[in-house]
Design a protein. Structure first.
Lengths: 86, 414
């Protein structure tokens, strides 16, 4: 899955499941879209299921709590995939 | 400090309608909201009782996902009626978020629909590599989900009471909300209850032989409170909310007053958790009169709990007779919609205020031949024009909890 594929998937999830309107890649998730900690946990579950196809560790999930933008999400997923492929 | 407590807004989603005019019309026309039990895939084919007090009309919720993500079906009912009440009240946003408004709201057991999904996941996917129990499932299903989804949606920062005492859930909510305002702990309270469509509740009562089973082919003919041919309760769904406010401030801001809560009592039978208890119920009715500082002769109408179980109706009739004799009219409003469980108290209170305002009392539906053991009361057998000044709303629950609310007609609030 390329970076663009991941980005498209994330945009689709945020638009369809989280009802984001016109999400921008550098929008602040909380301030611009009301994305909160409950949403973050829900999104991680969807990322596991639809993109990664494996379960995240607690440490990996905790790293995700610093995410602020869609670009951050995509970078986070790429990092996880990269580190797991080693 | 003892302050007067008035009702300044209300809303009910019931098996006989949502808006006030529809509910009144259905009461006047004697239309039942009991329908065939829907199949929700859980135990349905094993349940003998095939009837349910059903909300089957569309409701336009219009809630944003930001709010719905923490809501199961029960919280939809709760937030909808709470929204109605706040909109109708005319309370300012500053007051709503001031901490002087609290919430007393409950349900029988949160959202069983969501709980079922959690357990399905748990038992089916226990070896899965993914944990598919969502972060919000607990928030949607927890026992205080109705109360806190209301506070979340409207930014309410006052006290939260989340009663969950089965059939006395919402009458307790109203009673405790009344006491909050009466004794100055809060200036206003949103009170009520909700319960969603759920066959597990039917299964529980069915297993206890407490559900109606003889009218599956004619759902509108059951339940039959106080009738010789009654054969048990009918579980139902719905939601209801009222706004309670301190009288002087409500009057000062020009709020419409729909009634006054003048007394409340709640006690426990102190023993058996299922069987109705004459001493316990009788004591509750007397305690409420004492709280209101009125006599039995002041009460014109009794909204009986009257679930249409064999023993429950007889014990309640004996308690009413012991306290009131045969003067007040007595109606079992569950005859129109079944037993809406945690919601029944608030719905029965709201319907009572509607009838008081309209000057009539609806009869107990399906009451054709009064059981001779219940025949010492003044049953409402037909639409009765009535200038009801004070009414009692009685509710009793599994666990031996009894409540009685006393409400004064808006016409009598001076």
């Amino acid at each position: 899955m390329t970076r663009d594929d991941i980005q498209d998937k994330i945009l689709a999830i945020l638009t369809e499941d989280f009802e984001f309107e016109k999400p921008g890649l550098d929008d602040n998730l909380r301030d611009d879209h009301g994305f909160d900690s409950i949403d973050a946990i829900e999104l991680l579950g969807k990322i596991e299921l639809t993109i990664l196809d494996f379960s995240l560790t607690r440490e990996e999930k905790e790293k995700a709590m610093g995410i602020r933008t869609i670009n951050d999400i995509v970078a986070y997923i790429e990092d996880i995939k990269h580190s797991r492929s080693k | 400090m003892k302050r007067r407590v008035v009702i300044t807004a209300c809303s009910a989603i019931t098996p006989i309608g949502y808006d006030k005019d529809t509910i009144i019309e259905n009461l006047r026309q004697g239309r039942s909201g009991v329908k065939p039990l829907r199949d929700d895939g859980l135990l349905t084919r094993h349940i003998h009782s095939r009837v349910f007090g059903t909300v089957d009309y569309p409701i336009d919720y219009g809630f944003k996902r930001h709010f719905t993500k923490t809501m199961g079906p029960v919280a939809y009912y709760a937030c909808k009626v709470a929204k109605d009440v706040l909109e109708r009240s005319g309370l300012s946003q500053d007051f709503i978020t001031s901490g002087r408004l609290g919430v007393a709201f409950g349900s029988t057991h949160g959202s069983p629909t969501v709980q079922r999904e959690i357990y399905k996941t748990f038992f089916n996917d226990i070896d899965s590599k993914f944990s598919s129990i969502g972060a919000v499932d607990y928030l949607r299903s927890m026992v205080h989900t109705t109360a806190v989804n209301i506070t979340r949606m409207f930014g309410i920062t006052g006290r939260v009471i989340a009663s969950s005492t089965a059939c006395t859930t919402s009458s307790q909510s109203i009673g405790y909300g009344y006491e909050m305002v009466k004794y100055g702990m809060q200036d206003a309270m949103i009170c009520g209850g909700a319960d969603e469509y759920d066959t597990t509740t039917v299964a529980v009562f069915d297993n206890l032989l407490a559900c109606s089973v003889n009218y599956n082919a004619a759902p509108h003919c059951t339940p039959r409170p106080f009738d010789t041919n009654r054969d048990g309760l009918v579980v139902g769904e719905g939601g209801g909310a009222i706004l309670l406010e301190e009288y002087e401030s409500a009057k000062k801001r020009g709020a419409e007053i729909l009634g006054e809560i003048i007394g409340f009592a709640c006690n426990n039978n102190g023993g058996d958790l299922i069987l109705p208890n004459l001493d316990g119920i009788t004591a509750t009715l007397r305690l409420a009169l004492k709280d209101a500082e009125i006599t039995p002769y002041d009460v014109d109408f009794i909204s009986a709990h009257a679930t249409a179980t064999k023993m429950g109706d007889v014990i309640e009739a004996q308690a009413i007779a012991a306290v009131y004799g045969d003067r007040p009219l007595v109606t079992g409003l569950k005859s129109y919609m079944g037993h809406t469980m945690g919601t029944c108290g608030v719905i029965e209170l709201i319907l009572t205020t509607y009838m008081m305002e309209q000057g009539f009392i609806a009869p107990t539906l399906n009451l054709e031949n009064v059981d001779e053991r219940c025949n010492m009361l003044r049953h409402t057998r037909e639409i009765t024009e009535s200038n009801t000044k004070i009414a009692a709303i009685q509710n009793f629950a599994f666990g031996g909890v009894n409540t009685c609310l006393l409400v004064k007609s808006a016409n009598e609030v001076h």
